[in-house]
Write a protein that binds this ligand. Structure first.
Ligand code: TXA
Ligand code: MG
Length: 313
């Protein structure tokens, strides 16, 4: 059910959960002071209680009300990337952020989104907690139709069109006087060096390491179709190929385009819609061309595909 900005604001203030657009992906929003609605988010998504939510703010200055100690570099990052697809994790003032939001961690994640509808809403409602608006384990939603697909036609969604980025925010975690990247996202990892004076370490909890970002433990972004990720494409592949306009897949039975192989922004923006399309059409397998550089936004793009294709539970 599509609702207006005014209705979204009213619903949220009354303690309802609403789907709203951001520049990364759609979020499932509740007001920070509505604990019932926050609990409902976990139920609606089928989300484990030990996976915390991001607190979305209208401005960077609001952080002072919620974080215990704020490093100088926080404001340098906020100046450079907010409003935008960056999430920063800091020690939280426990009384200000309910423990259900933090999954009982001493820290909380914060983001100031740039989508104009999200910003207008935040100015009227105050802080909103929101995870991506998808059932746990499904690809995130990059348009209002995806939200309705997962939560039903009657679920209230503020329609803000297609998300500009199509991938979730990059998450940075403050530890030992340094920032580290705990989730790859819509900002390329190389973008931080110039602002911070060092390249933040990337710590995604691979191998045996316990991830700092709890969400990294779970299988994510998964279509029902089996995905075969191909590093060196052979022309003999005959099935459905997801690849690039400027490459040749002459034996493929069908081709779905991610745009041009020099354009990670377009590929990222399209990725989740394509994964959802596979499910809609009942496709059981597809081959994805991942012969792409190990840098920039491609790192995030490939990480999401690895997760979508893995058998992790
Ligand atoms: O782009 C985005 O970040 C979107 C839009 C809606 O803002 N939101 C999003 O939320 O991706 P979600 O819940 O799908 O992912 C949030 C991630 C989870 O992996 C969670 O574990 C991590 O943020 N997170 C939240 N609070 C944290 C904390 N205190 N410490 C470490 N990781 C945290
Ligand atoms: Mg998510």
């Amino acid at each position: 059910m599509r609702i207006s900005l005014h209705q979204a604001c009213e619903f949220l203030k009354k303690g309802h959960v609403v789907g709203i657009p951001t520049e990364t992906v759609y979020g499932l929003a509740a007001c920070l002071d509505q604990s019932q609605a926050i609990a409902e988010i976990f139920t609606l998504k089928g989300r484990p209680a030990n996976n915390p939510l991001i607190v979305h703010l209208a401005t960077a200055e609001e952080i002072k009300d919620y974080a215990v100690s704020i490093p100088e570099s926080f404001f340098a990052l906020a100046d450079a990337f907010w409003p935008g697809p960056l999430t920063l994790v800091l020690p939280a003032i426990p009384e200000k952020i309910p423990s259900i939001v933090r999954a009982e961690l001493p820290t909380a994640a914060f983001r100031v989104p740039s989508h104009s509808l999200a910003r207008q809403l935040l100015q009227q409602t105050g802080p909103l907690v929101m995870p991506s608006a998808n059932l746990s384990g499904r690809p995130s939603s990059t348009c209002a139709e995806h939200v309705e697909e997962d939560f039903g036609d009657g679920f209230p969604v503020l329609d803000g069109g297609e998300c500009l980025k199509g991938l979730e925010s990059t998450i940075l975690f403050w530890q030992d006087e340094k920032w580290m990247i705990i989730r790859l996202g819509a900002i390329a990892p190389e973008a931080f060096g110039l602002i911070l004076g060092y390249d933040p370490e990337i710590s995604l909890g691979e191998g045996n390491a316990q991830p700092i970002c709890p969400g990294q433990m779970y299988r994510h972004y998964a279509p029902r179709a089996r995905l075969f990720l191909i590093q060196k494409f052979s022309l003999a592949i005959k099935g459905l190929v997801i690849g690039f306009d400027d490459r040749n897949y002459s034996s493929a039975s069908r081709f779905i385009s991610l745009g041009n192989s020099s354009d990670p922004e377009t590929a990222s923006q399209r990725l989740y819609a394509i994964l959802r399309e596979l499910d809609q059409e009942g496709i059981d397998q597809a081959w994805v061309d991942i012969d792409l550089p190990d840098e920039g936004l491609w790192l995030t793009f490939k990480e999401r595909l690895f997760k979508a294709s893995s058998s992790l539970t």
